[in-house]
Design a protein around this ligand. Structure first.
Ligand SMILES: C[S@@+](CC[C@H](N)C(=O)[O-])C[C@H]1O[C@@H](n2cnc3c(N)ncnc32)[C@H](O)[C@@H]1O
Length: 349
């Protein structure tokens, strides 16, 4: 049963447009830990067969991401999502408005084709955005690299009733064109994934998006962005503890654009903004009732894998790929991570 709930804190934007964030937000989109036990049941044979047919080969890149414990069905990410430390609810509010503005420009009331990159097992924010536009029909395609998350999203996640069709594919969301995504989309959404990529990988994705998003369409990214004017910390190309485990998200020979030579080196000097981001996340999780092992595991994953570009880097990269960019920064006094999270939109020029 669906229940409308009021989103918690007020959502404010840097352009000082303030709104009381009260939208229809289905509780079941953020399953409680008790609900998660139900979600762990196995898939039916038919569902499993469907997933098998959607599976695409993927080279030994991205390291542990394919079976990262944090994101598995029994992993801790469900708590992270539900605790809202990463501002998923605020992202849903702002993305609902962005989509509303975009829909108002479209003649008639067309069905909207959505691609959700690195959708995870609980695509809660984008599902809330679709639910908040109940008079529009959506065709939803999700992609994730973790088979466990694909199973959860396709087998158990409850999508809103106005989602006319859905398919969840297993594949690399940094190179969707080579991993089974075909056709053009009105909207591509990406939540909490871009912060794993290097600027060159992001430029590669932006070029693929310019093919995948139809003229007049929209890209929405809710993600971690390091504050502008802070030093960039580059992701290592391989796991420093296991040098033969590659962390590259796109095969390097496909990358056209190379970063300036000096920034290609991984620099292990701690950056103050990054230490603060990690400490604040850990403290916020504990403060919202996380158990210590869960908070520790999340912070460990973030230390290993989170190397975000800034919003102005995003803007430069997407401008170069032919997009016009808008940036919404969150200004939430009660949300400790608000300096590190933004919602960026990009439209093909
Ligand atoms: C932090 S979760 C984000 C889930 C959801 N989009 C959200 O906003 O909460 C990151 C997801 O990205 C997936 N992922 C990581 N690397 C990926 C890749 N190269 N391709 C596709 N999915 C990937 C993980 O399996 C995980 O489900």
């Amino acid at each position: 049963m669906r229940r409308a709930v009021t989103l918690g804190p007020k959502s404010t934007l840097s352009n000082s447009t303030s709104r009381s964030a009260s939208l229809s937000f289905s509780n079941c989109l953020f399953p409680t830990l008790k609900d998660r036990a139900t979600l762990l049941r196995g898939l039916s044979g038919e569902e499993a067969a469907l997933q098998l047919s959607c599976r695409h080969p993927f080279p030994n890149q991205t390291g542990t991401m394919q079976n990262e414990r944090l994101f598995n069905q029994s992993g801790f990410y469900g708590f992270v999502l539900q605790s809202n430390v990463l501002l998923h609810r605020q992202a849903a509010v702002v993305a609902t408005e962005k989509l509303g503005g975009w829909l108002a420009e479209q003649p008639g009331n067309p069905a909207v084709r959505i691609l959700d990159l690195a959708c995870g097992g609980w695509p809660a924010s984008i599902a809330a955005v679709m639910a908040n536009h109940p008079h529009t029909q959506f065709h939803y395609s999700g992609m994730d690299i973790n088979p466990d998350q694909v199973a959860l999203a396709s087998g158990h996640f409850e999508f809103p009733e106005n989602v006319a069709s859905r398919q969840i594919l297993e594949g690399n969301a940094w190179d969707p064109l080579r991993h089974g995504i075909r056709g053009q989309f009105d909207l591509v959404y990406s939540g909490m994934n871009l912060h794993h990529g290097t600027p060159e990988e992001l430029a590669f994705l932006a070029e693929e998006l310019s093919v995948l998003i139809r003229q007049g369409g929209l890209f929405i990214s809710h993600d971690v962005y390091r504050p502008d004017h802070t030093p960039y910390v580059r992701r290592p190309d391989a796991n420093p503890q296991k040098p033969d485990e590659s962390w590259q998200l796109v095969p390097p020979d496909l990358l056209k654009r190379k970063a300036a030579a000096q920034s290609l080196q991984f620099d292990s000097t701690p950056a103050a903004w990054r230490e603060d981001y990690l400490a604040v996340t850990h403290a916020a999780l504990l403060d919202r009732g996380a158990d210590r092992p869960g908070a520790d595991e999340t912070a460990r994953h973030m230390r290993q894998r989170d190397f975000p570009v800034s919003c102005s880097d995003f803007q430069d990269i997407f401008n170069d790929a032919g997009f016009t960019v808008e940036i919404c920064r969150f200004d939430e006094p009660n949300e400790p991570l608000s300096p590190y999270i933004s919602l960026c939109t990009a439209r093909p020029r």
